[in-house]
Design a binder for this molecule. Structure first.
Ligand code: GLU
Ligand code: MG
Length: 436
């Protein structure tokens, strides 16, 4: 970022001031998502937005080695008290927050003080994935399904806020104002919701949003989650986005939908050769992708058969138990959950898919039965350790991220394993429940 770009950013934010001020915005939250999937933030008063846009806001690189519980590890390539990065808000995505009066939000890109982009920045990885697609003449559209459970707020234990049935309208009657407020807030923030429904687990809901570019989709995943959190808290309740709110039963997924486009044509519509190869690439790397998409110990409480968490390394048309579910016009990678960093996730899935195209990978036969009934369908990793080992062996993914980021991701995962090595499954569910 040179001084001309800094000036341009300053002027742009200055132009936005009056409009934001008229909407009574007082504070702007700048967020990024760390390697443990936690959205971290620094905020500036509205009057300092222009300065922040041009010069950034200081943030230590130590956040790269934070665990989800704020424990800090020493990584091989990151950690320690020294250094400073600058958070630069992306003004194109600046949004006035409907669930937090007085606040606006913008996702931030992390740069060195010199203005050079920080290579371990997760959002930068998603941008790079968009460039890789463009270099090959493609674009992609993506969207996350967000599932969450609504609990009572006066306890750290899990007490469902509604007793209405799965997919039952009663749940939407019991929490009628809440549901409307969530959807209304998203609408006011220009988030295009496709669908909303009460999900299978106790007091669970789901919202899905319209497909958009990979970076935008990851930004939206952050915005939707933080909006749900804000509205839930305003209703005196508490949201859990954890993969397994309690051990046993059905968990919260964070399924990723992705389609591949060329010259305005969706290559998944009709399942063209390149869409097949892209899907085959994702399937070939799916076990390693779990270190990104199922990145927590709690992820492996969720990834069990016959809970619709899709824990099998296979694909099928409209199959809800295979990691890859082919839908009419897109690929749903169903095994992922919301402890994942959405930027890293879109970046790694694109890298895997493009590798499929580069190698002209072929898809095996799709499965049209429950894989659990066949007995010989390979599983996804059943532990975080297994996923990390797969990731470290995967040259395509580790090269896409670069040695330092890939190594730091592995270090953070191992830090979590070490810290909770003696924890029971329920203990892991308890410590993860309210964190993401
Ligand atoms: N809640 C399930 C999961 O853990 C997914 C249910 C569904 O949408 O099929 O991913
Ligand atoms: Mg669902």
């Amino acid at each position: 970022m040179d001084s001309a770009e800094r000036d341009q950013r300053f002027d742009r934010a200055t132009e936005l001031f009056d409009g934001l001020n008229a909407r009574e915005v007082r504070v702007v939250a700048l967020t990024w998502v760390d390697n443990s999937g936690i959205t971290r933030t620094k905020s500036v008063p509205l009057r300092k937005l222009a300065h922040a846009a041009a010069h950034g806001v200081g943030a230590s690189p130590v956040f790269d080695v934070f665990l989800f519980d704020d424990w800090i590890i020493q990584g091989r390539f990151a950690g320690g008290p020294v250094g400073d990065l600058r958070l630069h808000p992306d003004l194109d995505r600046l949004t006035v927050l409907a669930g937090q009066p007085g606040w606006a939000w913008a996702p931030a890109d992390r740069h060195f003080q010199s203005g050079v982009p920080y290579p371990m920045d997760q959002r930068l990885q998603a941008r790079k994935a968009e460039q890789s697609l463009a270099e090959r003449g493609f674009t992609a559209k993506a969207g996350f399904e967000i599932e969450w459970c609504v609990g009572k707020a006066d306890t750290d234990d899990w007490v469902p806020a509604t007793s209405g049935a799965a997919y039952g309208h009663a749940r939407q009657v019991e929490l009628s104002d809440y549901c409307v407020d969530v959807l209304n807030a998203l609408d006011q923030q220009d988030v295009e919701v496709l669908q909303f429904h009460p999900e299978y687990a106790a007091s669970q809901f789901e919202v899905s949003t319209a497909p958009e570019g990979p970076v935008a989709a990851a930004d939206t995943a952050v915005l939707v989650r933080e909006t749900i959190r804000a509205i839930t808290i305003r209703h005196g309740l508490r949201p859990s986005f954890s993969p397994k709110v309690i051990n046993g039963g059905v968990g919260n997924g964070g399924h990723l939908h992705i389609s591949l486009w060329r010259d305005g044509t969706n290559l998944f519509d009709g399942f063209h050769d390149e869409a097949r190869q892209f899907s085959a690439g994702v399937l070939n790397h799916i076990r390693a992708l779990c270190a990104i998409g199922c990145p927590s110990l709690a992820s492996y409480l969720r990834l069990v058969p016959q809970t619709w968490s899709a824990p099998f390394a296979a694909w099928g048309e409209e199959n809800r138990e295979t990691a890859l579910r082919l839908i009419r016009d897109n690929l749903e990678v169903k095994c992922f959950d919301l402890t994942a960093n959405p930027y890293l996730l879109v970046a790694s899935v694109v890298a895997a898919g493009l590798d499929g195209i580069a190698t002209q990978a072929t898809l095996p036969e799709g499965l049209n039965v429950d894989p659990a009934l066949l007995g010989d369908v390979p599983r996804l990793p059943t532990s975080l350790r297994e996923a990390v080992e797969e990731f470290e062996k995967d040259a395509v993914l580790t090269e896409a991220f670069g040695k330092e980021l890939a190594g730091t991701i592995a270090d953070v995962r191992r830090g979590e394993m070490e810290r909770y090595k003696d924890a029971s499954p329920q203990g892991i569910a308890n410590v993860t429940r309210w964190r993401h």
